[in-house]
Write a protein that binds this ligand. Structure first.
Ligand code: ADP
Ligand code: MG
Length: 639
């Protein structure tokens, strides 16, 4: 066969292979055109999973009658003029191939009316043949109708999934685009049934909750950050909402990134989100988060792939740091203590103090509640954490006065100082004679503390009863402390007069070799001793003081590393993993009976840690039973 130029209709069909993979891609392209046209509202109607019909109407600026034919021609666009325009595209489209591609594989109709015109015009494309525009009745804006998608390419039609699956994909695309544009109203109807109805809003929080689920209402934390400077065009900002750790899910589906209004998929950003939650979400679960990034369009290349969901950043590293830090900072400020029966606390009228005035603590010192709880929780009344200066606490005050001698040494400041250099609580082994519940005198601030079953500490904060898992909290404290120490310089190591030697398999020895520099900075000096042994020459003073047995400790650590539980490729991750093990071993255990001073120290220390809500493995350290919940359970609901 001689070489021939392909007919435009064939060229378009080939291009369609890239741009319109399935009905959902048609929906995406047509919606993005509506965005570019400044639409405030879009209506999407589909039938047969989009194979039979996709009809999308917008109220954007419209297309002049004399340009309708051009709109469906390949490589015809109103959005760029020259290759240099590609350097800073701010519209969703610019390739000028979507409508041409879609029209080449369907029975296609485009109808539009510009604001100034008093009639609409329509044009049809059948089998690649563009008809001539004809006047018709219709409101300002654009309507696109796509019927019998892929009827000219049966191979592609056969490749589609079931009707339900294709509708689900369309709904997914619409949801994603709706997240990207909260100020646009969206409605999706499938086979006459309304699947989505999202009114336009100026509050992205409303849209996020509307798309990701009402259960996130009041459980989202705002994140924000900024790097670079407007002077040299490097200003990059992030604003977003992330779910509290407890809202994490088994899949990463509810993690979304919107860059300059475009929903994108980016591995580095997903990683940053995950890192932001490090230690707060259990492995295997994925935090929820929607992050909106704004940056100079010239600093990102969106022309990497026809679908434009993947982009290339000029500099990805700073962006990763920006997102991770913004999330970490927001989480640090948030109250991450989980409320038990959280759903009922919302029923209690906000700022209605009468029923619990008598029990409100004078100094809500322990857990500070911050603004994350969203518009729902505090609306219409004063904040719950408002202190009640005149509230009588005669009972506990008297008891504290009576015992002031025993507790004289444990004011907060002193307790904090005392733990500055880690004389960590040394647990007393439980004795059978010890009562399960011990009432301790006033310890921290003005709040009494009980140790229950030698495992839990019970106290209060401004909102209710707080139960602390002593091991999980101590572990968290140790983790933060070790992390800070590590950053400041190598940990102090106690040298062994005679090396401690233990048996190890070759995999553990290999793990030791790769981890040795890190371990050394942590005060663990160890070398291989022959092909099947490890010798410990030095061990961190801190672990020695916590009576951690060096042999079993390192043996377990190396075994875990050999099994891949410790990430040896990424330094930060490896450090965190090793610190996890160290803090777990050094922490007081459930069953350790703690003395008054030790409890005071532990409670004082938690003010200094960033993430008191969870242990390094993401399990909770604290739980709260809100006063409102207690009132409800005791049939004492206010009002
Ligand atoms: P691109 O979006 O890359 O420019 P398309 O094939 O998607 O290419 O659209 C071609 C042109 O048709 C656009 O540049 C725009 O001028 C016009 N157009 C398409 N859809 C709309 C719409 N909904 N409202 C206004 N103009 C539109
Ligand atoms: Mg387009």
């Amino acid at each position: 066969m001689p070489i021939r130029r392909l007919a435009p209709a064939v060229v378009n069909q080939i291009a369609a292979g890239e741009v319109v993979e399935r009905p959902a891609s048609v929906v995406k392209e047509v919606l993005e055109n509506a965005f570019d046209a400044g639409a405030r509202r879009v209506d999407i109607e589909i039938a047969g999973g989009g194979r039979d019909l996709i009809r999308i109407a917008d109220d954007g600026e419209g297309i002049p009658a004399d340009q309708l034919a051009l709109a469906v021609e390949a490589h015809a666009t109103s959005k760029i003029e020259s290759a240099t325009d590609l350097e800073g595209v701010s519209t969703m489209g610019f390739r000028g191939e979507a409508l041409a591609s879609i029209a080449s594989v369907s029975r296609f109709m485009l109808e539009s009316r510009t604001k100034g015109d008093d009639e609409a015009w329509r044009i049809e494309v059948n089998d690649g043949v563009i008809g001539s525009p004809a006047p018709t009745a219709g409101p300002p804006g654009t309507r696109v109708e796509v019927r019998n998608l892929f009827h000219t390419v049966p191979a592609r039609r056969r490749f589609l999934k079931s009707e339900t699956a294709e509708s689900a994909r369309i709904a997914e695309v619409v949801r994603l685009l709706a997240l990207a544009r909260p100020t646009i109203g969206f409605r999706l109807v499938s086979n006459g049934r309304c699947l989505l109805d999202l009114p336009a809003t100026d509050d992205p929080r409303r849209r996020i909750v509307g798309v990701l689920g009402e259960e996130l209402d009041g459980r989202l934390i705002e994140v924000r950050g900024e790097i670079g400077s407007p002077a040299d065009g490097t200003l990059t900002s992030v604003w977003g909402l992330v779910g509290l750790p407890e809202t994490a899910r088994p899949t990463a589906k509810n993690q979304r990134f919107i860059l300059n209004g475009r929903a994108i998929v980016d591995r580095s950003l997903s990683h940053a989100l995950k890192e932001g939650f490090r230690g707060l979400v259990e492995p295997g679960r994925h935090p929820v988060g929607v992050c909106y990034l704004e940056m100079n369009p010239a600093r990102v290349d969106v022309n990497v792939h026809p679908a434009k969901t993947e982009v290339r950043f000029r500099e990805a590293r700073p962006l990763h740091g920006l997102v991770r830090r913004a999330i970490q900072e927001a989480l640090q400020e948030a109250d991450l203590v989980r409320n038990l029966a959280i759903e009922t606390s919302a029923e209690a009228p906000a700022g209605e103090p009468s029923a619990r005035e008598g029990t409100a603590p004078e100094r809500p010192t322990i857990v500070t509640r911050s603004s994350w709880s969203g518009p729902g929780s505090g609306a219409g009344g004063p904040s719950r954490s408002t202190s009640h200066p005149s509230s009588p606490r005669a009972g506990s005050d008297r008891s504290s006065a009576g015992r002031s001698r025993t507790s004289s040494g444990v004011d907060l400041a002193r307790a904090r100082e005392a733990v500055g250099d880690v004389p960590m609580p040394t647990a007393t082994p439980a004795s059978p004679a010890t009562p399960a519940v011990e009432v301790l005198p006033t310890l921290v601030g003005a709040d009494a503390v009980l140790q229950v079953h030698q495992s839990f500490l019970v106290t209060q904060d401004s909102e209710g009863l707080v139960i602390i898992d002593q091991h999980a909290l101590h572990e968290r404290v140790m983790f933060e402390k070790l992390h800070d120490r590590y950053a400041a310089g190598p940990l102090e190591s106690q040298r062994q007069l005679v090396p401690i030697v233990f048996d190890a398999d070759p995999a553990s020895i290999a793990a030791l070799e790769s981890l040795a520099p890190l371990l050394e900075r942590l005060g663990i000096e160890a070398t291989a001793a022959g092909p099947r042994g490890v010798a410990i020459h030095g061990f961190p003073t801190l672990l020695v003081s916590r009576r951690v047995d060096p042999g079993p400790f390192l043996s377990e650590l190396l075994e875990r590393a050999a099994q891949g539980e410790i990430d040896r490729d990424d330094h930060e991750a490896a450090l965190a993993d090793v610190l996890d093990v160290m803090s777990c071993k050094a922490a007081v255990k459930a069953g350790d009976r703690l003395g008054e001073r030790e409890i005071a120290e532990l409670l004082a220390m938690r003010d200094r840690i960033d993430r008191e809500g969870s242990c390094p493995h993401g399990r909770p350290t604290h739980l709260r039973i809100p006063i409102a919940e207690l009132e409800r359970r005791f049939g004492r609901s206010p009002g």
